[in-house]
Design a protein around this ligand. Structure first.
Ligand code: CR6
Length: 820
């Protein structure tokens, strides 16, 4: 038997063995085997990069085999499967996560060390797969991990962007974007399946005709793009399952090239090729915002059409019918980006599989479900009718028919209420509205936190909810805490294992076993010592990247998330300047030393957000170089926020800034990651902060600001920001316009005070300022009492279990997808 077969069989045997298959693996043997196959060398003479690739390939092969066995088992048992459609999966790095999940971390660490390699250096080679913007994309990845850990058959579908979220650099205080060529190293995780490529049709027109008394419709004169699937295998903690994330890549069909080649038109053929391939070139870098670009619509259709075609093909092969689709398949629409699932599934059933409208509609509705992730009006996707019809003529004609029938129905439910009917329509005012398309079809619609779902029910989706309230439910977001706690904070994890046992690794609710220790001085001191170590690690990174020395004994106050006005990084930095002025006025006063740490990317075209970054950077220059405040106040902006950077920042946080204007942050998930690492929240009652507050109680959170209904009431009454300006706050605003920051921020101040750009202070930063400053004073006062703060921190860790993505995925599985 040759070596290749030998290793394949070994893996197969391992994967088929139910009881912890990976336990039997010999890391050195496996690595040497892969190195010989791929590079013709062994550990003794391999380079670090070769070892990295060989390690990834070994893990990938292990997972491939697990996936095959798991898939067969699911097919045998005819288990219902879920397909999670999402334009974003913010995977982050894979190697450490996979080894951890497979229970192989320690073995490989040792084997590599024996061969003279440091596994942490090898981890550092693994690039972040940044195929997402922020919370929504990371949530999708957390759900894949959790579903796999719980043995649910779940496949993710997305796009194989050649360039993920851009790399951020700050040049002269201004954000610059650089391409993220993640595939250079990251391709090692992907397995192409050229033979399973699927044709996707754009443009052309709709032709209708009669065929033996049957009415037929088809799209003609279209141009084709081939979608090629690439598999990325997803592991689950201590689980027999392995699932797949399928990423589609756009390619021109072969036949097309040939025609041009035969005319000798080589350059044009290549040009066309490049045009087709731009569809999967780059991730759109806007978060909570739409741009309405043609290329983006094409990306969405590529994802939806290719995925649905492959789902239907697999289903038919298994069951030889489509009528049982809703019993065996759940397709989830992650935000409206894949909302084209509604008309595309209709199109495939009607045009390609001969269903009549009513039966196709019944199958479509019972198969699809939808999660809404925002109430921000600028993020609700709407497509210009002309653009939509030009690119997707047949899909458009189906949308028209959906709309016609919908309006007929609504006229019966809300007779003569044209305002309402117009608001609920799928096509109106020359636009196709993607949220209404989902609301018209999906059998379940959910929000992502209690408050957010209430706002959907009583606010933007009220009219739909009134007709069928049973379709609307809440599933509060959750996080893959094995990545965000266990892997990113090994010190805390090991300590917890010793103190309360390892149950929490399987069930996050077991973290509550920490509660009885809340008055145990030794435990509180140990927790503080661990936090201090993590702060030292972050301080070293800050010194290395920013050349700024920060004191690990100061309060590490952290705001990390996308830069968006509603998230109010501006409120934070204005308050920092306010503190700066206080210290300057009283340099010998008793002041709790604090370090304010920011990291955030702004969407490339979002100028106001970029100005806020500049302000933070300018403030940090002024403050960090002022000897009067030096040991008391520091401000740091860390470049290029991404999953792997978050994994280092979060364990070092004392204070978690969750300060969005109430009613706007659908949930937030950073708030949960920081909490489970022992950070205490300073926040508004917004998104999942409401539920964090429910868990920890008034005593263990610093709440401030208006509640969602108070925000609404103030808008009703009329909001005049200048009424909220005290002399101290005015002095801070003056700093922005005076030039002391090295440049002037007139635009930012204008946006707070005048109507020149629309509403003055649209996120009510000034209205909440005083109470925020009060809450920050409370933070400083409490922190003086180290034990009291440590107790708050302990309670936050102990009560964070409910925010596990295991809980969230189980709710989806039980209440939305009806998985067994
Ligand atoms: N920007 C919400 O704003 C939520 C995530 C995941 C967001 C955020 O509050 O936690 O989704 N929304 O549900 C969108 O992306 C549209 C986000 O990440």
């Amino acid at each position: 038997m040759n070596k290749k077969q030998n290793s394949k069989q070994k893996i197969q045997k391992l994967a088929e063995n139910d009881a912890r298959p990976e336990r039997a693996i010999q890391p050195t043997e496996l690595l040497n085997d892969t190195l010989r196959r791929i590079f013709g060398c062994e550990l003794a003479d391999a380079t670090q990069k070769q070892v990295y690739r060989a390690l990834c390939i070994s893990v990938r092969e292990l997972l491939t085999e697990k996936n095959r066995v798991f898939g067969n088992r699911c097919t045998e048992k005819e288990r219902k499967e879920v397909y999670y459609m999402s334009m974003e999966f913010l995977v982050g790095t894979s190697l450490r996560n996979n080894l951890f999940n497979l229970g192989l971390e320690a073995e490989f660490r040792k084997a590599l060390a024996d061969a003279g390699f440091d596994i942490d250096e090898i981890y550092a080679i693994d690039p972040d797969a940044g195929l997402g913007n922020g919370g929504l994309g990371r949530l999708a990845s957390c759900y894949m991990d959790a579903a796999t850990g719980m043995d649910y058959p779940m496949t993710g579908f997305s796009i194989r962007y050649e360039f993920g979220i851009f790399k951020q650099k700050i040049v002269d205080g201004w954000q610059m974007e650089f391409p993220d060529n993640w595939l250079e190293m990251g391709d090692v995780w992907l397995q192409a399946r050229e033979d399973d490529a699927v044709e996707v049709k754009f443009g052309g027109e709709v032709r209708e005709w009669m065929d033996n008394d049957r009415f037929k419709v088809a799209q003609v004169g279209y141009s084709s793009v081939m979608a090629v699937p690439y598999d990325m295998y997803i592991s689950g903690y201590d689980s027999d399952a392995a699932n797949r994330l399928v990423l589609w890549s756009a390619k021109l069909p072969q036949s097309f090239d040939m025609a041009a080649f035969s005319r000798g038109d080589y350059v044009r053929a290549l040009e066309r090729n490049a045009m087709a391939e731009t569809i999967s070139k780059v991730l759109y870098p806007a978060d909570d915002h739409i741009q309405g670009k043609r290329l983006r619509l094409k990306q969405q259709y590529l994802l939806v059409s290719a995925s649905l075609q492959s789902i239907l093909k697999k289903h038919y092969k298994k069951y030889r019918t489509y009528t049982n689709l809703p019993e065996k398949v759940a397709i989830h629409i992650n935000d409206t980006h894949p909302a084209l699932c509604v008309p595309e599934l209709m199109r495939l059933l009607i045009d390609e599989h001969d269903f009549g409208w009513d039966e196709a509609w019944d199958i479509t509705c019972r198969t699809l479900s939808y999660t809404n992730h925002t109430v921000m009006s600028e993020a609700l996707e709407r497509w210009n009718v002309d653009l939509f019809r030009e690119q997707l003529p047949r899909v458009y004609s189906i949308c028209q028919e959906i709309n016609r029938r919908l309006i007929e129905h609504l006229c019966a439910v809300y007779p003569n209420d044209w305002g309402k009917i117009n608001y609920m329509a799928v096509i109106a005012n020359n636009e196709v509205r993607m949220a209404n398309l989902c609301l018209a079809a999906c059998h379940k619609v959910n929000g992502v936190s209690k408050l957010h779902t209430d706002i959907l029910r009583n606010g933007i989706f009220r009219d739909y909810c009134q007709i069928t309230p049973e379709r609307f439910l809440n599933v509060t977001n959750g996080i893959a805490y094995r990545r965000w706690l266990c892997q990113s904070d090994p010190l805390l994890t090991d300590y917890l294992k010793q103190l309360i046992g390892g149950d929490f690794l399987r069930d996050a609710r077991a973290l509550e076993k920490l509660l009885p220790y809340q008055n145990d001085e030794k435990v509180l001191a140990d927790l503080m010592a661990i936090k201090r170590k993590n702060k030292e690690r972050l301080a070293a990174l800050i010194e290395n990247q920013n050349g700024v020395r920060v004191d690990p004994d100061s309060i590490f106050d952290i705001q990390i998330k996308r830069l968006h006005e509603y998230k109010r990084q501006l409120l934070n930095i204005l308050h920092v300047l306010y503190l700066y002025r206080q210290i300057k006025a009283n340099p010998h006063g008793d002041f709790m030393p604090r370090t304010f740490i920011f990291a955030a990317k702004a969407s490339a075209g979002y100028i106001r957000a970029k100005q806020i970054i500049s302000l933070i950077v300018a403030a940090s220059k002024l403050i960090n170089n002022d000897p009067d405040v030096n040991d008391k106040l520091k401000v740091v902006f860390l470049e290029d926020y991404k999953v792997s950077l978050a994994e280092i920042i979060i364990p070092a946080a004392d204070i978690s800034e969750q300060i969005s204007i109430a009613g706007k942050e659908a949930s937030g998930t950073g708030n949960m990651k920081l909490m489970i690492n022992g950070a205490v929240t300073i926040g508004t009652l917004d998104g999942a902060n409401v539920e964090i507050h429910e868990q920890v109680g008034d005593e263990n959170i610093f709440l401030f600001g208006m509640k969602a209904h108070e925000v609404e009431e103030l808008w009703q009454r009329g909001y005049h920001p200048t009424e909220f300006i005290t002399p101290e706050l005015q002095a801070v605003l003056d700093m922005l316009t005076s030039g002391v920051l090295g440049q002037r921020f007139d635009d930012l101040v204008d946006s707070l005070l005048t109507n020149r750009f629309g509403t003055a202070d649209p996120y009510m930063t000034l209205a909440d300022f005083q109470d925020y400053a009060r809450a920050q004073r409370d933070v400083a006062a409490v922190y003086q009492d180290k034990q009291r703060f440590a107790r708050m921190s302990l309670i936050n860790i102990a009560k964070a279990g409910i925010f596990s993505s295991d809980r969230a995925v189980k709710e989806y599985a039980d209440e939305i997808w009806n998985l067994d």
